[in-house]
Design a protein around this ligand. Structure first.
Ligand code: HEC
Length: 130
């Protein structure tokens, strides 16, 4: 009888634990749902927009995308936002970008064309110093 009661108690505990583990779903790729607080820093924006999925943590690079280091050697502050919004257009007139793109094919840099201008500038200013 004692065994049966302990068994029932154990099962109740298991149910409670299962409920506690029922966490909210992970944020979808490139979600803007909680834009407010996170958008304040470039690193927050980088994470929120999913750049790290391909470019790695802190722009270290990954098999899905090149490292984002020494970007200032290739990019002016004025041109980089345009690239992030429409990478295909920039690629068309730039041999280095074409080669870079071929290296990661079939993964290509997505167009981030609905980005808020202030956030974009914060990110770009930071990227140029990584
Ligand atoms: C799906 C993977 C993927 C995501 C997500 C992604 N990129 Fe890229 N990115 C690439 C690839 C691949 C390239 C190489 C060039 C190409 O494909 O056009 C690239 C190229 C770049 C370049 C040019 C690098 C150079 O040497 O000139 C920059 C800058 C860049 N990405 C920034 C970003 C930022 C910022 C984000 C987030 C807003 C981002 N990327 C999100 C895959 C990605």
């Amino acid at each position: 009888m004692r065994v049966a009661r302990n068994l029932a108690g154990g099962m109740a505990l298991a149910v409670v634990m299962a409920c506690a583990q029922n966490q909210p779903p992970a944020r979808p790729f490139n979600s803007r749902a909680d834009a407010g607080a996170q958008s304040l820093t470039a690193k927050g924006i980088y994470e929120e927009w999913g750049c790290g999925t391909c470019h790695g943590a802190n722009g270290a690079g990954s098999p899905q995308g090149p490292a984002l280091k020494n970007l200032a050697a290739h990019w002016q502050r004025e041109a980089l936002p345009g690239y992030l919004k429409a990478p295909a257009a920039a690629r068309a007139g730039d041999e280095r970008l074409k080669k870079l793109s071929q290296r990661y094919y079939p993964i290509t840099m997505p167009a981030f064309d609905s980005l808020d201008r202030t956030a974009l500038e914060t990110l770009v200013d930071s990227l140029l110093t990584w």
